[in-house]
Structure formats: C-alpha cells, structure tokens
Design a protein around this ligand. Structure first.
Ligand SMILES: [Zn+2]
Length: 251
C-alpha cells in the first residue's frame, strides 16, 4: 500500500474521531439544559405545595378569628339575659344563643378539618423539599461529570486535530486534494478492495485495474466509479484501524 494511502487511512480515522467529539461536545449543553429542566420541575412542585399550605393556613387563621367573634357574640347575648322584660324576649334571646352556639360548633368542625388538612399539606411540602434536595444532589454530580467530559473532549479534540494536521502534512499535495474532494462529497474517502469490488460503492473493478492494484507497486489508486482512494488489504498492509471504525480504538 502506498504510504500516502496508509497515512490518509489514519487521517480518516482521526477525522471520524473529531466528528464524534464534536457531536458529543455539541450535545452537552442540551444535556445540561435537560438537567436544569428537571430541577425547575421539582422547584415548581415545591412552590405549589407551599402555596397550598399557605392557603390552608390563611383559611385556618380566618376561621379562628370568626370563631372568636361568634363566641363573643354568644357571650354578649348571655350577658343580656338579666335585662329581658318578658317571656317572648327571653325566648328570642335563647334562640339567638342557640343559633350562635350552633354556628360555633359548625365552625369548630371545619377548623378540625383544616387542622388535619394542615398536617397533610405540611407533609406534602416536606416531601417536595426532600425530592428537590435529592434531585439537586444527583444533578450536582451529573453536572460535574458533564463538565469534566466537556473538558476532556476539548483536550482530546485539540490533540486529535494536531495529529491530523501533522499526518496530512506528509501526504503529496495532489493526493490530499483528491482525498479532500471525495471526503467532502462522500464522507469516507478511502475504500478497501473487497474481493473484486470497491468496498464502498461496491462497483466491480475492471480485471486489468484489479490486477494492477493487486500487484505490489508504489502507486496510489482511485476507484474508477466513486473516486475514493482504493487499496488492497494484505496481511502486512492491514491497518490497525479499520477505515470506518475509528475512534474508540484510536483513543
Ligand atoms: Zn468506489
């Protein structure tokens, strides 16, 4: 295999790795945003629970003050009982007292309900607080991991880009130009010979062309159909990295 083809295979693998790194680096802000959204959901759940608790407490305070007023009114009616002049007035007063006491009883019953409700609301607030704290703790770790990942990716990206530039600098200019053109057009620019066809476009080679490729020489071959650099994999020339695989093995 021509040395340039061997080098461009490496370049191709490095470029594949760069693509993977870029796609991962680009996905990180989205992942962070998803995490922030989770926290926002937990926060708003806590706020709802707190609002419900506050409403319940406000109703309770209002009712307590109403009960006080009602009791004062009943007390006042009772204190008037010595001033009544006849049976009719006395009966009216008793009715008033009975009515007031019934109102107090009814309100006190509602107050009991509100007290129970208050316990439920308080438990709901506590639960939401705990859920938020747990989410925040989990997310702090996740966020740190994402940030570390981003830093590692950027560092690797720099290394790989430098390595790629270094390898490209050793390739003959016209071969490199052709490689770039095909890579832009087809993504992968180096293809391995697969039996008697191009490993990428699958078009069969002319027998004479096939013979040329299989004969040891120092020429660079291009697929006559797709234009990719074409090489025959031999035991000795088999690259360590498969043309399209890439990244993981490289790193
Ligand atoms: Zn081809």
């Amino acid at each position: 295999m021509h040395k340039d083809v061997e080098t461009l295979l490496e370049v191709q693998a490095l470029e594949q790795r760069l693509k993977e790194l870029d796609s991962e680096i680009n996905s990180l802000p989205r992942r962070l945003a998803a995490i922030e959204a989770q926290i926002a959901t937990q926060k708003s759940a806590l706020e709802s629970a707190q609002a419900a608790q506050a409403a319940s407490q406000a109703e309770r305070r209002k009712l307590e003050s109403q009960i006080q007023d009602l009791k004062a009114k009943v007390e006042k009616s009772r204190s008037h009982s010595s001033e009544v002049k006849n049976n009719q007035e006395y009966k009216a007063l008793l009715d008033e007292i009975a009515f007031g006491e019934a109102e107090v009883a009814k309100s006190e019953e509602r107050l009991l309900q509100l007290m129970e409700d208050g316990e439920v609301r308080a438990a709901a607030v506590k639960e939401a607080e705990q859920a938020l704290a747990a989410a925040q703790a989990a997310i702090a770790g996740e966020k740190r991991a994402i940030e570390e990942r981003a830093a590692a990716d950027r560092a690797e990206r720099q290394r790989v880009a430098e390595q790629r530039a270094g390898r490209r600098a050793t390739v003959a200019e016209d071969t490199l130009r052709r490689y770039d053109r095909v890579a832009r057009l087809r993504g992968q620019a180096v293809a391995v010979l697969d039996q008697n066809a191009c490993g990428c476009c699958r078009v069969r080679l002319r027998p004479q062309f096939l013979q040329e490729i299989l004969t040891p020489s120092d020429r660079v071959f291009f697929c006559e159909s797709c234009g990719r650099l074409l090489y025959a994999a031999t035991a000795a020339a088999e690259p360590e990295v498969a043309p399209v695989a890439g990244a993981a093995q490289l790193a």
